[in-house]
Write a protein that binds this ligand. Structure first.
Ligand code: FES
Length: 129
């Protein structure tokens, strides 16, 4: 268990979902002003990369089927299943955004080959690893 430095805090743009590799785990980072939030970069529905979604206030809408979550606590805001985001603690330390990976967190689900092809076809190659 440890904190992982991810990127300089100045490089995380406000209200811009940003993909990051945190010790081999795909994480989406979101800055809301002074708040930092981190969660698995995989939609709980079909694992579409969430950093490709649209942010409206604190609500992130998945690009694939428009499920929505509050990025502050991972709670589902709209759609069918009560699946929340897998959240990770995050902080700014010595000018770096850091993410804490809890080994007790459930493993991230991989994107299926079919969906990986669709993500790549959408012109976002390299984000479906
Ligand atoms: S993959 Fe995100 S809503 Fe379906």
């Amino acid at each position: 268990m440890s904190w992982h430095p991810v990127l300089p805090a100045g490089e995380l743009e406000d209200r811009t979902p940003t993909a990051a590799d945190v010790d081999g785990r795909a994480v989406c980072l979101v800055r809301l002003g002074e708040e930092l939030h981190a969660f698995d970069d995989a939609c709980p529905h079909r694992q579409w990369p969430l950093h490709l979604g649209a942010l409206d206030g604190a609500v992130l809408r998945c690009r694939a089927h428009t499920w929505e979550w509050d990025v502050r606590d991972g709670s589902l805001q709209r759609m069918r299943a009560p699946e929340c985001l897998t959240m990770h603690e995050t902080r700014e330390q010595d000018g770096m955004v850091e993410v804490f990976l809890d080994p007790a967190a459930p493993a991230a689900k991989p994107l299926s080959p079919l969906w990986k092809r669709q993500v790549e076809a959408a012109g976002v190659a390299g984000s479906a690893s």
